[in-house]
Design a protein around this ligand. Structure first.
Ligand code: IVH
Length: 686
């Protein structure tokens, strides 16, 4: 497979560089997606990735499947092929209480007295989809679904898009040896915070939201187009070895298995523990039952496994369930109650979202009074009526959702629901785009929208005004003290004293927090403005690219679309936002309060970015600049540098021995520059 790189002993410098880049990027991705630590800035990561893509585009024969550029590649497939697992993918027997665990222990103790001496692992039972991954010589070669346990489906292209799936395993100097053939099993899922973010984004964009994390993950994994899988925030935890080469050293215990998996670069849940005997195992279970809400993913129970693998194996199976492991299921978090009324919330962008007011009901230790109804289409599809008995479900610490009505319980008094015609906050007529699910209040002075806007503006990842919660925001709007985002900067202690619950200290702290937020960097301010389709990440890209609000405000649809992730819709939404008079007035007002940050790039050079909005490709050997230096020069001046020539390319920078890219540029009519031209373009800014 790696022939191109290793068959040839004349390592040319570009090939060596490619190898170094692959290693570096894989290492950074591992630390970021598996260890949750960033070793480099996003910008540096992007730059290295672009360099790698540049080399690969010039030498397609050097592309290997473990290259970080190969996360999403290829075209949608027509269907999935079946694959037979090397060993059956077993399931687990389950019990619903601690007494059930005790009974299991006594049963297996009777079968094998060594059980009295065993230790146990305690792991979360993640409620996701089982995936089975094969690594050949440390490289991911197959990713499959569980299927019926014997035969699954080959979903390799989709699996590759999951960032926490290593494409290449890590062999530490003193670490466990990677077997030539290794098949592991894990559970793919969407974390609860990621799911909430995904839905919020969809909701703000007026699109259909997803009903629950598990179905969304399952749908994402079974997409025929891997690009769709890549657009959903899937992740996974690995928890067992299904098969490995016979001659490789084997872990002796389940705990050691988890350690080895971790060492090879697989994500393993930190919520796994080792219990030295059954008493410790039972008390750990007792302790963990109430901790369910603290988990960042949907879990439906706790898995208890005999730690010593040979003892567990010798206990054998009952059907498909190994005797050596057991699931302790959490109580189901579904319950029925009466839906008293359907009401609607107004979101930041004016999207109207329906929710259910319920007859209070206890669900997993929490009293539930409200549940989300997703959107108006959902209500119509499920024919949910006021007065219906409905089934609701709660996952983790997130808002419960309505699954559907219990039709058999109808009395005939239920009232079908009509979509409201007016905004529940300001009364303005609601609008709807044909073919989309969402209804909008388009009144820019709608107080409910202002509250949501402010809530977002002051939030942690935006202007981060510490201490400014939703209650205070509501009070400020209600009292008429704040009529737009910029009015926040007018607030002084006297204003706050007029509100309920403000003492001297509290008011002083808040005023200070407001003042501090004035120096937030540009990316946060862009995020804070709440432009539809522009979140945290894109705000960072825009800030880096444009360097100031003035430059962003002047950006054309075309230049916006040269930025990765900005399609025609988002570009339009940005242009629309800046075209609106009240928004320009807002920016002026913010400026008056001293809020007009510049991106670092810009402030260090202290001048406009002459290449903002342009896309460059570099090819061949330049007389004075290395490719990295040229990339940095271009980026410092606001340009984006990509690896291949397309109709979006503004200029090709060509040096000696330029090859196919030069031909392509000529055929597309892309102008070609020499190094000296670029230096002239950026003036003294080199
Ligand atoms: S062990 C013999 N461990 O729960 C090995 N399963 O029927 C049997 N699951 O869908 C599975 N987290 O994919 C095991 N830490 C964990 C798990 C886990 C989730 C899933 C598994 C299967 C079901 C068990």
């Amino acid at each position: 497979m790696q022939s191109a790189l290793f068959a040839d002993d004349n390592h040319n410098p570009e090939q060596v560089r490619l190898q170094v880049l692959k290693q570096q990027l894989n290492e950074y991705a591992f630390h970021y997606y598996v260890n949750n630590t960033s070793l480099v800035s996003d910008a540096e990561y992007d730059r290295l990735m672009q360099e790698l893509e540049g080399i690969e585009a010039a030498h397609p024969e050097w592309v290997t499947p473990d290259s970080p550029s190969q996360r999403v590649a290829g075209i949608p497939s027509e269907g999935f092929t079946k694959v037979t697992h090397p060993a059956p993918i077993l399931s687990l027997a389950s019990v619903t209480d601690i007494a059930g665990v005790q009974a299991w222990y006594e049963r297996i103790l009777k079968l094998d007295e060594r059980v009295a001496q065993t230790s146990f692992t305690i792991e979360p039972k993640i409620d996701g989809l089982t995936i089975v991954l094969t690594y050949t010589n440390g490289i991911l070669t197959l990713g499959a679904t569980r299927g019926n346990g014997e035969v699954g489906e080959d979903i390799t292209p989709n699996i590759r898009t999951i960032r926490s799936v290593p494409l290449q395993l890590r062999q530490g100097p003193d670490g466990p040896l990677i077997p030539a053939n290794l098949v592991v099993r894990g559970e793919a899922f969407i974390s609860l915070p990621d799911f909430e973010r995904l839905n919020l984004r969809l909701q703000e964009a007026g699109e259909r939201t997803y009903l629950n994390p598990r179905n969304t993950a399952s749908g994402a994994l079974r997409q025929l187009d891997p690009a769709l899988t890549a657009s959903r925030p899937l992740t996974w935890f690995c928890y067992s070895i299904v098969a490995m080469s016979d001659d490789a050293p084997r872990p002796r215990t389940q705990w050691q298995t988890l350690e080895w998996l971790r060492a090879w670069g697989f994500p393993v849940s930190d919520y796994s523990a080792l219990a030295h005997d059954i008493h410790e195992a039972l008390s750990l279970c007792e302790q963990r039952l109430p901790e369910r809400d603290a988990l960042q993913f949907e879990a439906d129970g706790i898995v208890i496994k005999i730690n010593e693998i040979d003892i567990a194996d010798s206990l054998g199976f009952v059907g498909k369930d190994p005797r050596g492991a057991l699931a302790l299921k959490y109580p189901a978090r579904e319950v029925t109650t009466i839906l008293d009324a359907i009401r609607a919330n107004v979101g930041r962008t004016g999207v109207i979202t329906p929710y259910a007011e319920l007859a209070a009901v206890e669900l997993g230790g929490v009293v539930v009074r409200h549940a989300t109804l997703h959107n108006f289409d959902f209500i119509a599809e499920k024919d949910i009526r006021e007065g219906d008995r409905v089934l609701i479900k709660r996952a983790g610490d997130v808002i419960p959702y309505v699954i559907g009505p219990v039709v058999e319980a109808r009395t005939g008094k239920e009232i079908p629901y009509d979509i409201p015609t007016d905004c529940p906050s300001c009364g303005a007529a609601l609008e709807h785009v044909e073919g989309e699910v969402a209804w909008f209040c388009v009144n820019t002075n709608c107080p409910a929208q202002l509250v949501r806007h402010l809530e977002h503006f002051v939030s942690l990842n935006a202007m981060n005004i510490v201490g400014m919660g939703i209650k205070i925001v509501e009070q400020l709007v209600e009292a008429g003290l704040v009529k737009d985002l910029a009015d926040l900067y007018r607030i002084d202690k006297a204003c706050l004293f007029a509100l309920e619950g403000f003492g001297d200290k509290k008011a002083e702290n808040l005023v200070m927090a407001i003042e501090t937020s004035k120096s937030q960097p540009l990316n946060r301010l862009i995020n804070a403005l709440g432009i539809r389709g522009v979140g945290e990440v894109m705000a960072g890209d825009l800030a880096r690219h444009f360097g100031s609000l003035a430059a962003l405000s002047a950006a054309s649809l075309e230049s916006l679309q040269t930025i990765e992730g900005v399609g025609p819709n988002i570009a339009q939404s940005i242009v629309d936002w800046f075209e609106r008079e009240e928004n320009q007035a807002l920016l002026e007002k913010l400026k008056k309060y001293g809020i007009d940050p510049r991106n670092e790039l810009q402030t260090t050079t202290g001048r406009e970015q002459p290449l903002a909005g342009m896309v460059f490709v570099i090819t061949g050997t330049l007389p004075n600049y290395s490719r990295t230096e040229m990339t940095e020069l271009l980026e410092r001046n606001g340009a984006k540098v990509t690896g291949s020539v397309s109709s979006k390319t503004t200029y090709l920078v060509a040096g000696d021995a330029a090859g196919s890219k030069l031909d392509k540029a000529r055929s597309l009519g892309v102008p070609v520059l020499e190094e000296a031209d670029v230096v002239a373009l950026v003036g003294g800014n080199s």
